[in-house]
Design a protein around this ligand. Structure first.
Ligand code: CP
Ligand code: NVA
Length: 319
């Protein structure tokens, strides 16, 4: 009993964990600090092994290539131990609550990354965890991706504030994190989506109230005109699968939104092309664009590794 009381007393005096759930939760300087840490990690200027003796649980309720490997390798390179957990192998798949899962894992590990199809699940996990919880993608957001995307833009084209970024296609989870990023990093975001696939109005209203410039259109050419960065993503996201929303109607709606060489010609002459991957050549992007000279998609994928090191160092108080 004494030991139990001591642990809970210690928890009461401890500052709240540094969760990384949504970009909107942070000030611009806090996000900039994480990007500075990311850039330092990329230049190998993070001394020693800052995560030595620390473990990070990586829970996947959805498939992943980049998120899984970049987190696993990044934690290892920082001296920590990654523990990859497929949700189907966990007791939560047999009904154990997220509250119990969060409290148990918090006794073993120093941080938890979760990829899930329901944002309420990561919110619930974070509510009960006493260690930082990191968002590795939900149905409405992908903040780690945006940290890598901003890092990639700035490496290629300098400060992103005031620049025009054009999002073409589905107003999905990544698009919604782009809206949050526009508010925090100060770039002008133009979204060209079919009306039925527009991101939620409440999020657009939030971003505008924060001072962001968010322009909405159904015309890809209008969105792309003069843009320094053109971005797209899969027409069918993981969360659309099995919902009936992934069928021919969606493809028909999105067919005019393929990023082609002809569309890229309307962007700034030095525009870069971004895609979080996985990509579907011949659907959201033409092979000539994603495999062409304007594409930075593999720098972007590499930068997941560095950006997440920045997030981890910040979350674990090592920055
Ligand atoms: N971009 C991205 O998150 O890729 P994975 O689904 O492979 O993790
Ligand atoms: N929008 C995509 C991103 C994958 C990284 C999805 O949610 O499936």
């Amino acid at each position: 009993m004494t030991a139990v009381r001591k642990l809970s007393e210690a928890a009461e005096g401890t500052p709240p964990p540094r969760h990384f759930l949504e970009l909107m939760d942070f000030t611009t300087p806090a996000l900039r600090r994480m990007l500075d840490l990311a850039a330092a990690a990329k230049r190998r200027q993070v001394p020693g092994k800052p995560l030595a003796g620390k473990s990070v649980a990586l829970i996947f309720e959805k498939p992943s290539t980049r998120t899984r490997v970049s987190f696993e390798v990044g934690i290892h390179q920082l001296g920590g131990q990654p523990i990859v957990l497929s949700a189907k192998d966990m007791q939560s798949s047999r009904g154990e609550t997220l509250s119990d899962t969060a409290q148990v894992l918090s006794r073993y590990v120093d941080a938890i990354m979760l990829r899930t199809g329901d944002v309420n699940r990561i919110r619930e996990l974070a509510r009960h965890a006493t260690v930082p919880v990191i968002n590795g993608l939900t149905d409405i957001s992908h903040p780690c991706q945006l940290m890598a995307d901003v890092l990639t833009f700035e490496e290629h084209r300098g400060p992103i504030a005031g620049q025009v970024v054009a999002w073409i296609g589905d107003g999905n989870n990544v698009a919604q994190s782009f809206i949050q990023a526009a508010a925090r990093f100060g770039f002008i975001l133009r979204l060209a989506t079919p009306a039925a696939l527009r991101p939620p109005q409440a999020l657009i209203d939030w971003a505008r109230a924060e001072g962001a410039t968010i322009e909405l259109t159904e015309d890809p050419v209008t969105a792309v005109r003069g843009a320094r960065c053109v971005v797209t993503d899969a027409w069918v996201s993981m969360n659309d699968e099995g919902t009936g929303g992934e069928g021919p109607n969606r493809h028909n709606l999105l067919a005019p939104y393929q990023v082609t060489e002809a569309l890229m010609r309307h962007a700034a002459p030095d525009a870069i092309f971004q895609h979080c991957l996985p990509a579907h050549r011949g659907e959201e992007v033409a092979a000539e664009v994603i495999d062409g000279p304007q594409s930075v998609v593999f720098d972007e994928a590499e930068n997941r590794l560095h950006a997440q090191k920045g997030v981890l160092l910040w979350a674990l108080g090592e920055g």
